[in-house]
Design a protein around this ligand. Structure first.
Ligand code: MMA
Ligand code: CA
Length: 156
């Protein structure tokens, strides 16, 4: 009664969310606990080492009440780069995407880019199939990549 799965005693509002591909706490989100995605909180951001597509990364950040990070300036870019290098250990998805209009890059909430840090020669839409942006944790520059690639990600 009053929960989202009467057939399972472990599923009810307020239940602990286990990492089991189910909505244990009945809040409409599956596995919405940072631990399910190997996320570490640092400086107010979540650095998540679980490798996922851009779309899943975007959904996970939203399910945690956050969004894929927007890089507003060189200082924030460097903070995210350094922490991602230490906590994720590889390139990470950030909010960059041109899903709506090819070549028109925006952040996860649709906001236009202000500050930019594209790697030399990027974005190049390599193979006409790169609509999502990654942050190179070694250089601190951005590359457009194939959205289905599995990368760690950063939520803010
Ligand atoms: C890869 C891929 C692209 C990137 C180029 C740069 C071959 O494709 O990461 O997104 O633009 O490398 O050489
Ligand atoms: Ca590219």
């Amino acid at each position: 009664e009053g929960d989202c799965d009467d057939s399972d005693d472990a599923v009810f509002p307020g239940a602990p969310e286990a990492c089991n591909d189910r909505d244990d706490d009945c809040d409409g989100f599956v596995d919405d606990d940072p631990s399910c995605w190997d996320c570490t909180e640092q400086s107010g951001y979540l650095f998540c080492a679980s490798t996922q597509s851009w779309a899943v990364s975007d959904e996970v950040c939203l399910s945690l009440g956050r969004m894929l990070v927007t890089l507003d300036d060189a200082q924030e870019n460097e903070l995210i780069r350094a922490n991602a290098a230490a906590l994720v250990g590889g390139h990470v998805w950030v909010g960059l995407n041109d899903h709506e209009t090819e070549g028109e890059w925006v952040w996860a909430d649709g906001a236009a880019l202000g500050f930019t840090a594209w790697h030399s020669g990027e974005p190049n839409d390599y193979g006409a199939g790169e609509d999502c942006g990654e942050l190179y944790v070694n250089y601190g520059t951005w590359n457009d990549a194939s959205c289905g690639s599995g990368l760690g990600f950063v939520c803010e």
